[in-house]
Design a protein around this ligand. Structure first.
Ligand SMILES: O=C(O)CCC(=O)C(=O)O
Length: 272
């Protein structure tokens, strides 16, 4: 049997200054070709296997609420799967996160596979950082399709510049956040921006305060396979939870650390 070499993602790449600037001004940026075809093929297989093993959603689409219809959400696969761990802790991704944020080092908050099934619903407008008890706005989510995608599979969509105003409204992802934040975005006149297509191994990056949503998956039979990783600047501290989701996150993603502690639990390794 021919043993093919497993791609390692520890080689770093430099991000163009123009892209870094776009990220900071707009609150999001698309970076192409982060993974080569053989690399993405390998990790697509690894992540699909882990998703199949750890997915717990069994309800039919019509029995789910808006959040449940938006995607299968399988979180922190790096904790339970050593092959996914190579992906989530990859230096290549983490160095991009550090460059975009303009910091020396970044830590992992959590990863999550977000698989939007055929016929899956829209992802309502929201801000990720609403969920995070952290005292820094130097946070970023990498959103990487593991397959070529276009808008009809559910492209991530951003309210450009919205991160500059920080916290918007006290609402978790829901029908209510869709309606209320849509109104907020119109009032603030933020341009709505998204890519028409992305290739497997491209990724968008957005700040924790950037408002974003995604249309439903209107395809007949194709699941949109996306893997995400959330990073924050090393040196951040845990804050007093502002809502029940942040309290849950404090336990689940920050190892139960208390407000004021350095956000450095065993679940938050330095990735760069
Ligand atoms: O994949 C989606 O539809 C939404 C993703 C998202 O909200 C995120 O990664 O922060």
């Amino acid at each position: 049997m021919i043993q093919t070499e497993k791609p390692m993602l520890n080689g770093t790449i430099n991000v163009d200054a123009e892209l870094i600037n776009d990220f900071r001004q707009q609150g999001h940026v698309l970076i192409k070709n982060i993974l080569q075809a053989d690399e993405v093929a390998h990790y697509r297989d690894v992540i699909n296997k882990a998703v199949n093993r750890y997915n717990t959603e069994t309800r039919a689409m019509q029995d789910r609420d808006t959040y449940g219809k938006a995607f299968l959400q399988i979180m922190n696969l790096w904790e339970v799967d050593d092959n996914v761990k190579e992906f989530t802790l990859a230096k290549r991704f983490a160095k991009i996160a550090a460059d975009l944020l303009g910091v020396e080092h970044v830590r992992i908050y959590h990863d999550q596979a977000l698989f939007k099934e055929a016929g899956g619903g829209f992802t309502p407008w929201h801000q990720d950082q609403y969920y995070w008890p952290l005292d820094t706005s130097k946070t970023v989510t990498m959103w990487m399709p593991l397959m070529d995608i276009d808008v009809e599979l559910g492209m991530l969509t951003f309210a450009s510049g919205s991160h500059l105003n920080g916290f918007a409204e006290n609402i978790p992802i829901s029908d209510e956040s869709e309606t209320s934040l849509q109104k907020h975005i119109r009032e603030k006149n933020y341009p709505i921006t998204r890519a028409e297509t992305m290739q497997a191994g491209d990724a968008t990056w957005h700040y924790g305060w950037t408002l974003h949503n995604a249309p439903g998956n209107s395809s007949e039979d194709t699941t949109r396979e996306v893997m995400t990783i959330i990073y924050y600047a090393d040196g951040a501290h845990v804050t007093e939870p502002q809502n029940k989701h942040q309290e849950n996150d404090r336990h689940r993603w920050l190892g139960g650390l208390n407000a004021g502690d350095a956000a450095q639990s065993h679940l938050n390794p330095l990735a760069y």
